[in-house]
Design a binder for this molecule. Structure first.
Ligand code: ZN
Length: 207
C-alpha cells in the first residue's frame, strides 16, 4: 500500500512536469534557431546604387566608401536615426525639430573596410599618435564615416559621430575631437553615457 502511494505520487509528479517541459521546449528550440536581424547589405556599384537618401530624414545621404562594399539598409538606418533624435531630445532637453535641424543634410559614408589615422584622441581626451585604428570619423560638420563592424548598427560608431556633428554645428569651428578632454569644449560625460544607453536601445531592437 505504502509502495503504491509512493509510486502514484511519483507518477503524479512526473505528470505535473510534462506540461512544463512541453511549454519550455519549443521556446528553447526557438532560441537556438533564432536568426539575427541584419541591418546591413552588400552593394556593388556595377549592379545597383551605392548612394541613397535616408528615408524620412531631412536630406541625409548615405553612401559606401567602395564600389563593392557594405552599407546600412535604408529602413534600419532611418529607424536608428529616428530613435537617436527622440532620445537625444529627451536626454538633452531640446525639441526633436531642433535635433533634426542639427543633423540635416549630412552624409553618412559607410564601409566594411576599417580605417586608421595618424593621430586621434580617445574618449578621455588622451592624444594618440602613430597608426591609430578608428571605427568612425567626423570629417566635417556635414560628413561622417562609419565602419560597419557587424551586421547591426548598434556596434558601429554612428551615434558617436552624430554627436560630433551636433557639437560641431553648435561650436561652428570644431566637433570637440578630444571628447571628455579639456582642450576642446562641447563633449561631456553625459554624451558618453548617452552613447551607451543608445547602444543598449538599438541592441534590444536588433538594429
Ligand atoms: Zn569621437
Amino acid at each position: 500500500m505504502l509502495k503504491n502511494i509512493k509510486r502514484s505520487t511519483l507518477i503524479n509528479s512526473i505528470l505535473a512536469l510534462i506540461p512544463i517541459a512541453i511549454i519550455i521546449l519549443p521556446a528553447t528550440n526557438g532560441c537556438i534557431s533564432r536568426t539575427v536581424h541584419t541591418s546591413i547589405m552588400e552593394v556593388d556599384c556595377r549592379k545597383a546604387t551605392i548612394e541613397y537618401a535616408v528615408k524620412d530624414t531631412p536630406n541625409i545621404i548615405t553612401k559606401t566608401s567602395f564600389c563593392n562594399d557594405y552599407m546600412f539598409k535604408n529602413e534600419s538606418l532611418s529607424l536608428a536615426i529616428k530613435i537617436f533624435v527622440k532620445e537625444y531630445a529627451d536626454t538633452f532637453d531640446v525639441s526633436e525639430d531642433k535635433v533634426w535641424s542639427m543633423i540635416s543634410g549630412i552624409t553618412i559614408e559607410v564601409s566594411a573596410i576599417p580605417r586608421s589615422v595618424h593621430a586621434a584622441y580617445d574618449v578621455n581626451g588622451k592624444f594618440l599618435k602613430g597608426d591609430v585604428p578608428v571605427n568612425g570619423l567626423a570629417l566635417s560638420k556635414d560628413y561622417i564615416w562609419v565602419e560597419a563592424k557587424t551586421s547591426q548598427i548598434w556596434s558601429s560608431a554612428l551615434i558617436h559621430e552624430l554627436i560630433h556633428i551636433i557639437i560641431w554645428r553648435k561650436n561652428k569651428v570644431h566637433g570637440d575631437p578630444d571628447h571628455e578632454g579639456s582642450q576642446f569644449s562641447g563633449w561631456s560625460k553625459k554624451h558618453t553615457v548617452f552613447i551607451e544607453k543608445m547602444k543598449d536601445i538599438l541592441l534590444d531592437m536588433e538594429l
